[in-house]
Design a protein around this ligand. Sequence first.
Ligand code: FE
Ligand code: FE
Ligand code: ZN
Length: 287
Amino acid sequence: MLHIGCHLSTSLGFAHMGEDALSINADTFAFFTRNPRGGRSKDPDPHDVAALLSLLQEHHFVQLVAHAPYTMNLCSNKPDTREFARESFAKDIAAMELLPGNYLNFHPGCHMNQGVDAGIAMIAEALDNLLFEGMTTTVLLETMAGKGTEVGKTFEELAAIRSHIRPELQPHLGVCLDTCHVFDGGYDIVNKLDEVLQEFDRVIGLEHLYAIHINDSKNPLGSHKDRHETIGNGFIGLEALSRVVTHPALCGLPFILETPQDKLPGWGKEIELLSRLADNGDSSCCR
Ligand code: FE
Ligand code: FE
Ligand code: ZN
């Protein structure tokens, strides 16, 4: 069975997101830990958190994949921006610990012309301070499209970040693969999905892959644009995306739609479509 959901709004609270997810047959979902453009977050209401936790358990949800704001840049060239990123990330991790055992995904950052190696070093140094032994949240580095000075456009860059943090913290840091981003980054998941996943395994290790962002792309392979398209209507296409959702190496992971739908029923249709394709696939689950 495919584990799939979409991005949901936190505006009506945590438990409400669970209800929204159930209404479209999702068994996971994503949400922004605070406004996607940054800014303040309100402290979660413990009753609301408890209500969501019991809903997740009752309906057998798999891990949620929360998303840190896009503006959070741990490798900015401005010390204030780096400091703000660290503070908000620490708070977001603390808030995620109220929902034990879930995932917190983030964009590694933009090095702002300081060079990719300097960016990797700053991100790793920050994570070394933010992660802690005994945490139940797994923090995920997202594979990026390589727009501007984004760090994380190659598997090697993500592997370098992981390898620069203390070994005892490495189990708390995984990767989330975004199909639109890797395709934009030049990985041909349309014609060479097996090879791309083998490369991921060689460079990072598939055991460190925790979640998939399942999106089509408005742009062709290697365009470094990062513009998501609805499922089946972009350059990746339905056939290739159906191979992703049925690939034995990815089976069992939470799949999150970040497609440009504007209302819940739109994602509901995409969930129905991909779930049907996954059921028809002959994948033998390895997880
Ligand atoms: Fe993202
Ligand atoms: Fe994404
Ligand atoms: Zn994106």
